[in-house]
Design a protein around this ligand. Structure first.
Ligand SMILES: O=C(O)CCC(=O)C(=O)O
Ligand SMILES: [Fe+2]
Length: 279
């Protein structure tokens, strides 16, 4: 099997069909090299200063990670609110909520020498599974070319439908043992040029890959989750309010400043209530 690639001009219907069928798909060169380079350079200093603080067996020990992305990289807002990605998130998530939100935003730089990350589902942070309902989707932006050798993400195509065992596997052998029905050829790498975006569902098994090249591979993962779930990353604490106020309304709404019908409401000092206001 191979992952389906689309151009930015492709009809949205075909992209959604591929996402539904395979659990993952790629839009190639959805944004310019210039935008990818801007985000990359805005994040560089943070990767170097704090990138090692999130090392773990799951995250790896040769991988740099940064969060609070909207506090560090103003240009990343263009990725978060990318109209194509938003259209796809609308179609996937608005069936199950009134409004959705940023679940997390994480910069990930896989350094040379890193080994395979555990195959996992991103929605495993939530202790529930509801048949036919996606809790979240992920958009993984390539800020460098993603190649076979430098750590292009592995995706298990079709795993969103068939996979019902564990939510992560430390080794490929474990994965095979628990999922004998999933053919090995369904594990593919999301190779893609800089500026492309890999879209995958919350239930799709995937993981970062070993970096056997001589250069680092930087990506930005943006999850969008149903508006009635708790956000994975606390946007209010991670992004200072003065910075949040500079962003357009769509970004503020996605950060969670827009309540979700009866949840997260607040009363302003002047007494007015802020309640649900659809995007
Ligand atoms: O960096 C990657 O390729 C994927 C990382 C990932 O899936 C995760 O950390 O949840
Ligand atoms: Fe992941």
């Amino acid at each position: 099997m191979s992952i389906q690639y689309f151009s930015p001009k492709e009809e949205i219907k075909s992209i959604i069909e591929a996402l539904d069928q395979d659990g993952a798909t790629i839009i190639e060169r959805q944004v310019s090299d210039d935008l990818a380079d801007r985000v990359k350079s805005e994040l560089r200093d943070s990767f170097d200063r704090v990138g090692r603080y999130d090392e773990s067996d799951f995250n790896g020990y040769r991988t740099l990670r940064v969060s609070s992305i909207l506090a560090k990289s103003p240009s990343s807002a263009e990725l978060v609110a990318d109209p194509r990605v938003i259209e796809i998130a609308d179609k996937t998530l608005l069936k199950h909520c009134e409004a959705y939100q940023i679940g997390s935003l994480t910069g990930i730089e896989i350094l040379p020498g890193e080994t395979d990350q555990w195959l996992h589902t991103d929605d495993s942070i939530y202790p529930i599974q509801i048949g036919g309902m996606e809790l979240q989707i992920s958009a993984l932006w390539a800020l460098d070319d993603f190649t076979k050798d430098n750590g292009a993400t592995r995706v298990v195509l079709g795993s969103h439908r068939r996979h019902a065992n564990q939510r992560y596997y430390e080794t490929l052998e474990d994965f095979r043992r628990f999922n004998p029905a999933i053919d090995h050829s369904n594990i593919v790498q999301a190779t893609m040029p800089k500026g492309s975006v890999l879209l995958y569902l919350g239930k799709t098994l995937h993981g970062g890959c070993a970096n056997d090249s001589a250069a680092a591979r930087m990506g930005l993962v943006n999850t969008y989750s149903l508006g009635w779930l708790r956000q994975e990353e606390n946007q209010y604490l991670n992004v200072p309010r003065e910075i949040a106020e500079q962003y357009p309304k769509i970004i503020q709404d996605l950060m969670g400043y827009m309540p979700h019908k009866g949840l997260g409401t607040y009363q302003k000092p002047d007494g007015r209530w802020i309640d649900y206001d659809p995007l």
